[in-house]
Structures are given as C-alpha cells and as structure tokens.
Design a protein around this ligand. Sequence first.
Ligand SMILES: O=C(O)c1cccc(C(=O)CC[C@H]2O[C@@H](n3cnc4c(=O)[nH]cnc43)[C@H](O)[C@@H]2O)c1
Length: 256
Amino acid sequence: MRALVVTAVGAESDSVLTGLTPHPDSPGPEPRTLTLGHPRTKSGEGYLITRRDLPGIAFDVLVGGVGPAAAAAGTATALALAETAYGLVVSAGIGGGFAPAAPVGSLVVADAIVAADLGAQTPDGFVDVATLGFGRTVHLPPAELAARAAEATGALLAPVLTVSTVTGTADGAAALTARHPMAGAEAMEGFGVAEAAAAHGLPVLEIRAVSNAVGPRDRAAWRIGDALAALAEGFRVLGPVLANWGERHEQHRGRG
Ligand SMILES: O=C(O)c1cccc(C(=O)CC[C@H]2O[C@@H](n3cnc4c(=O)[nH]cnc43)[C@H](O)[C@@H]2O)c1
C-alpha cells in the first residue's frame, strides 16, 4: 500500500520522516524528494513530497501548507497527480490539546475529524454547515484503524477539531468544549485533508502531537520541540501498524 501523509510545514514533515526511518538492518532505498504541481512558493517550487519505502508500505510525505484550504488543495493535487494509487491519507502534525485529557507532548488520534468553525454565528449561537443544509462537518476514519493506531502509539482516541483560527482565549476554548465535549485536540488542516481524501474515495486518519494547550494564547509556552519529538516517535510505531492494516485491507478488497 502507498499512504499519503500530509503535514502543514517542513518541520512536521521532517519529524514524520524521522519516525519512518527504516531499521538499520534493512535500510531499504534512500528517501526521494520531488516537487509536484505548479510553482507556488516564493522560491518557485511546487508541493514538496518525500518518498520513504518501508517493508509492506510506502509513504509519500507532503508539505501542504497551513490551514484547511491549503491542506485540501495540496492533498487533492497530490492525489490527482499520483502515478501510483494511494490506499490511505493521513493528516499529521502538531496541535493544541484540550486539558486535561491531552497534555503537552501527548498524542491524539482522531476518531472523528470535525470542521469546528465551518458554519454561521446566529443570535442563538453557532450553527454548523450540515445543520444549515450544506455539505458535512465530520469525517470518520476507519474505526478499527484509528483504534489500533491509538493503542500502538499510546495516543488518546478522540475527536480532533479543525479550525481556521487558532483558539486564543478561555471563552473560545469553553465554547468549543461546550459544542464538542469529547474533543481531544484542535489543529488547522485535518478536515481539509479529509475532504480531499473523500473526493478520491480514500480513507483518512489524523494524528496530532500536542504542542500547547487550547486556551489563552501564550506562544512562548508552546513546546514545539517536544511535540515534534512525540510525532516522530508516533510514526516510528505507526509505520508497521499502517502496513499491517493496508495488507489486510488489500486482501479484503481482493476477495470482494
Ligand atoms: O515554529 C516552529 O518551529 C514550528 C514548527 C512546526 C510547526 C509550527 C507551526 O506553527 C505549525 C502550525 C500548525 O500547528 C497546528 N497547531 C498547533 N497548535 C495549534 C492550536 O492550538 N490550534 C490550532 N492549530 C494548532 C496547526 O495545525 C498549524 O498548521 C511551527
């Protein structure tokens, strides 16, 4: 199986690739970097993808940009231009954790990927787009895969919210918690990645390493290094889990 892992920034992609480093006894081919699509960066590059082959699974790790729109555009471009079909799409990176369930340095695997600020404000409160009668606000990763990924990595299995604006006040955090009491984390890309995956009929997974608590903004307190290290460790464990799931999934599809 080939999996597409979508991160927002290069530091996250580097962590994912560190985690996906093969065992020294069977190093496999060196990772290859390629650019895809139209030039879109200041330096004139397309989307940056790094390919890493592991036993039973190949990973393409994409730097898609920050926010749900950039993530959807990057993911859709990678899926549309792929030479070899993907079997799974993963949104990965750092994120804010909801206290006390998801402390800084911990991992959260999504059992639901939720567009938390896609809707309308009304005098009676927030109404999401699904309730307004347009589209959807939730994508569900394959339940067994999400559970196995969470168990193997020691992650909290909980909804991960996608927001276009990082929550930066206690009131904002309280409002989100009131609407999504089970939420484990928030980040800015998962729902965009999931929309693109769904448009290609592909399953999606999201994993976040917590760099900060959701609440009053204190950028100096973000522990990005700890979160990036947790992300790398998570992917070290996740590689074989995804390979195993892919093999069983492909056998199942072959029988059908
Ligand atoms: O400054 C750095 O070294 C650095 C390294 C890696 C990533 C970053 C980012 O700032 C990436 C932004 C990214 O982080 C997610 N994120 C993190 N915390 C939150 C949050 O509390 N609420 C929403 N999103 C969060 C988000 O997905 C952004 O794409 C910097």
